[in-house]
Design a protein around this ligand. Structure first.
Ligand SMILES: NC(=O)C1=CN([C@@H]2O[C@H](COP(=O)(O)OP(=O)(O)OC[C@H]3O[C@@H](n4cnc5c(N)ncnc54)[C@H](O)[C@@H]3O)[C@@H](O)[C@H]2O)[C@@H](O)CC1
Ligand SMILES: [K+]
Length: 498
């Protein structure tokens, strides 16, 4: 699913109007109906509804929604905020259509008392939509403050008023509990800093021209199950374990062998043919007992990773979970980076080592996947002011390394060397638990070893990982979810992509 800019949305609306063809007001009516369908499925007409409208097309939506909800016997109050914005044609038409209804319409022309919006069970925000071009001021800013001051549920029509779709938001902005957006999500919905404004968001289809969307240039995408499914390799009759590669995981140190166990189990469940795990001596019995399917490569050191004879026979390497950062481990990582020319997954302590020994960054072979969480990412690239800047830094790192950088979190972003960004929709806050990242490392290493191209491995692996979390949370609840659960649900997640 492509994520387009506010400018492109405008062009898309215009194209749909001209080529479907459909009158602009009828397209607005379609948007209103789509919103109302979403709304009536969640709030019955015992709820009183307040709708705060601007005078552009987002306000026009608000008026149309008022009329439709009244048709379903909701008690509706409308406020029209009159500031500097001229009435749009479709706003005018929808206002005219309210004339013979019982809907109460109140006008706001100057900064109101905040009690103005009290009394509705649900308040809809239709002041500004994707036409917002600068921070709201004056009466608009005050209205937004007052919307936020209500104790009711706040739902934004298309986009919370004040939120910039594809630039950092600096001014007042509605803090919606939910946002119902038309056709495609906006880029800023996918950033952590927007969550307090957007709340939970849903996309409703308003039939904008799909061919036009396909042809629009763009670098930002939201992964969908059907796209991920196409990339999953199918097995064939005469395949043997050699067909599915031989992965090496370098993981675990004294007291952190669990990380090696989790990533190993996940690699095996991801379908790799053979798995070798390189562990310090302290980890031998643990690994052999916990993961009998894995072979071991045993370090000379009792407690941590210091050297690996050769990695030549492996088709992919994953390194980092529970590794530690001792000077010998740093040296061993350097040697591995210098000598191993197949794809690698670099995670956890291997990323911290890269951050502290920046000269090693130049040794990272092309086609690697880095999987930092935001703190690890910051250690490598420095701090950022906005999430847009963070994404820019992610693109720069992926280009510099000629690899894929996966920034973990809600809507994990997967960025390739060409700067294209794929946001992942699966997963939930239950996965914010120790070991969850180790599982991802195992899955990605397993997929790379099976011959998945780097970007495909990242997309399939990150999507699968999130899906295991959603399945696990469905059964165990988010609070109790632990990393081992993710591995237990990997077979079911895989089946859903099969
Ligand atoms: N036919 C269409 O184009 C459709 C539009 N739709 C709705 O229309 C919205 C976009 O409508 P508009 O483009 O009219 O824009 P908005 O309704 O978002 O804003 C109205 C106008 O306010 C002005 N403005 C921007 N920032 C301002 C600020 N800080 N202070 C004062 N004025 C400011 C701009 O001139 C803008 O056009 C969408 O978000 C969606 O809700 C939907 O009805 C679907 C169909
Ligand atoms: K809005």
């Amino acid at each position: 699913m492509k994520i387009i800019t506010a400018q492109q949305t405008k062009a898309l609306d215009a194209h749909t109007i001209a080529h479907e063809p459909i009158a602009s007001i009828d397209l607005m009516e379609r948007a209103c109906r789509a919103f109302v369908t979403w709304f009536t499925q969640r709030f019955d007409n015992s709820h009183t509804v307040g709708i705060v409208c601007g005078t552009g097309n987002n306000g026009g939506d608000g008026l149309g929604i008022a009329r439709l909800l009244q048709g379903w016997n909701y008690a509706v109050t409308v406020w029209i905020v009159r500031g500097s914005v001229a009435e749009s044609n479709d706003f005018k038409t929808n206002l005219e259509r309210l004339k013979n209804t019982r809907i109460k319409i109140l006008e706001i022309t100057e900064a109101p008392e905040c009690s103005v919006f009290a009394g509705s069970d649900v308040l809809l925000d239709a002041v500004f939509g994707s036409g917002l071009s600068r921070p709201p001021e004056g009466v608009y800013e005050r209205v937004i403050t007052c919307i936020n001051a209500t104790a009711t549920r706040r739902i934004a029509v298309d986009i919370p008023s004040g939120l910039m779709a594809d630039q950092p938001t600096t001014g007042a902005c509605v803090e919606a509990h939910a946002t119902v957006t038309f056709q495609l999500p906006k880029l800023s919905f996918l950033f952590p800093s927007s969550h307090r404004f957007v709340g939970d968001w849903a996309v409703v289809d308003i039939g904008l021209n799909k061919n036009f969307i396909r042809e629009l240039p763009g670098d930002h995408f939201l992964l969908q199950q059907k796209d991920v499914r196409k990339q999953v390799k199918k097995r064939s009759t005469f395949d043997h374990k050699g067909t599915y590669g031989h992965a090496l995981l370098v993981a675990g140190a004294r007291g952190k062998m669990g990380a090696a166990v989790l990533s190993s189990r996940a690699a095996l469940r991801s379908g790799v043919g053979l798995l070798t795990v390189h562990v310090p001596q302290t980890g031998v019995d643990i690994l052999q007992t916990a993961v009998p399917e894995a072979m071991l490569s045993i370090d000379a050191h009792s407690d941590f990773y210091t050297a690996l004879e050769t990695a030549d026979r492996f088709t992919a390497v994953g390194i980092g979970p529970g590794l530690g950062k001792s000077p010998e481990t740093v040296k061993a990582l350097k040697k591995l980076l210098e000598n191993f020319q197949h794809p690698m997954v670099l995670d956890a302590d291997s990323l911290n080592i890269l951050a502290e020994n920046r000269e090693l960054l130049h040794l990272v072979p092309p086609g690697c996947i880095l999987t930092p969480h935001p703190k690890e990412f910051e250690r490598i690239v420095g701090s950022w002011q906005t999430d847009f800047e963070r994404l820019q830094k992610q693109k720069q790192l992926a280009a510099q390394l000629n690899g894929v950088v996966v920034l973990k979190g809600a809507y994990s972003s997967i960025v390739g060397p060409d700067g294209k960004v794929y946001f992942n929709p699966t997963g939930n806050p239950g996965m914010a638990t120790g070991g969850s990242g180790d599982v991802l490392t195992g899955i990605l290493t397993g997929l790379l070893a099976q011959g998945y191209a780097t970007l495909a491995a990242a997309q399939v692996g990150v999507y699968l990982h999130g899906l295991t979390g959603d399945l696990a949370a469905g059964e165990k609840g988010m609070n109790s979810l632990i990393a081992s659960d993710l591995i237990d649900f990997l077979p079911e997640a895989y089946r859903r992509l099969g």
